[in-house]
Ligand binder design. Structure first.
Ligand code: NAD
Length: 320
């Protein structure tokens, strides 16, 4: 691959799939100064992504989180009316289509048919491995997982996960690109379903559903335990550093004191099945009593506002 790790306005970024995550990626790339083409199989979704991005950029501006006027960033976003138009001359494409292996495999074949020999493709896949949908194509060495957290322009982490056919230069390219736009890069060394982030989230969710199923605590109290407890530390340190600080002698001391308890808890969940329908209905009823379905979008906006306030607070804290 003779390609420099640069995306410029001559070689823009293509957003393929402009739903919740794709539209968020568009903001992240454009904010960093890159030209971005937005494509979605549903033209209405693509068209809606641009005004939505403009409104989010206005909000970022209000919070003092932009280095230039929102209109200048919006001007870097253009609509593409076909996949071929989106990737034509692009250096990088971020795919954020449905989390279905057949949809992603088909898309990779379609991209393969129209891409030049330098395009790099990052997939937002939440847990499906690239080796399940991007093998044995001309483009395979240039495809990897670039899994964000929603929304990617407000939560910085991105997991880079190569398939077994991804070239090392592709990982290096994505690393440079993602750092360049301000993301925090995690390298997942071996492919595994769910990567790191969603495996960690799965462990927490498995326990949350089980506690709710067994009547141990309400949804609200389980959420509160994370929001007003674990989450306070998690905004600036991870689980290993947390336990290292929670025993006088550090992590080995913590393992000696509490390792058996954690093992016993893990053993108690070995036989757990999938989330069952009755349980889902109960949690749905509980959540809807807190937040009617027609208020989900407004609550998402509320969340983005809180994340912006949080970003400002973190920036101030780093100055100390
Ligand atoms: N929602 C999250 O919290 C989150 C977080 C990280 C990663 N992801 C992953 O990002 C991806 C997208 O998720 P989302 O939440 O944005 O879903 P979404 O349903 O909001 O958006 C998916 C979009 O893809 C479009 N699409 C489907 N097939 C297409 C094709 N062949 N070409 C172009 N567009 C196509 C759809 O029209 C839709 O607008 C999934 O893989 C998901 O697992 C989601």
């Amino acid at each position: 691959m003779s390609r420099s790790p640069e995306v410029t306005n001559d070689r823009p970024v293509a957003i393929i799939g402009a739903g919740l995550v794709g539209a968020g990626w568009a903001i992240a790339f454009a904010r960093a100064g890159l030209a971005v083409r937005v494509y979605d199989a549903n033209p209405d979704t693509a068209a809606a992504a641009l005004p939505w991005a403009a409104s989010q950029l206005d909000a970022l501006h209000r919070h003092g989180l932009l280095e230039e006027a929102p209109q200048q960033i919006v001007a870097r976003l253009t609509l593409a009316h076909s996949l071929a138009e989106a990737v034509d001359g692009a250096a990088y494409a971020q795919e954020s289509v449905l989390e279905r292996v057949d949809v992603k495999r088909r898309l990779m074949q379609d991209i393969d048919a129209v891409a030049d020999e330098t395009l790099v493709v990052g997939s937002s896949s939440s847990g499906i491995m690239a080796s399940d949908f991007a093998l044995d194509l001309a483009i395979s060495p240039r495809v990897l997982i670039a899994h964000p957290v929603n929304p990617p322009y407000l939560v910085p982490v991105v997991e880079l996960v190569p398939s077994r056919q991804t070239a090392p230069q592709t990982v290096a390219f994505a690393d440079t690109l993602m750092r360049g736009i301000g993301q925090s890069v995690v390298h997942v060394r071996k492919e595994i379903e769910g990567f790191v982030l969603n495996r960690l989230q799965a462990a927490l969710l498995r326990e949350a559903w089980a506690l709710q199923r067994d009547g141990i605590a309400s949804c609200e109290d389980i959420d509160k335990t994370v929001r007003d407890g674990l989450g306070w530390r998690w905004s600036f340190m991870g689980p290993f550093e947390t336990i290292d600080l929670n025993a006088p002698g550090g992590v080995a001391d913590y393992a000696a004191r509490l390792g058996p308890l954690y093992h016993s808890i893990a053993r108690s969940r070995i036989g757990d099945g999938p989330w069952d329908e009755q349980l889902i209905a109960r949690v749905e009823q509980d959540r809807r009593s807190q937040l009617p379905v027609d208020q989900l979008a407004a609550r998402r906006d509320w969340r983005e506002e809180r994340l912006m306030e949080f970003a400002v607070a973190r920036r101030e804290a780093k100055r100390d």
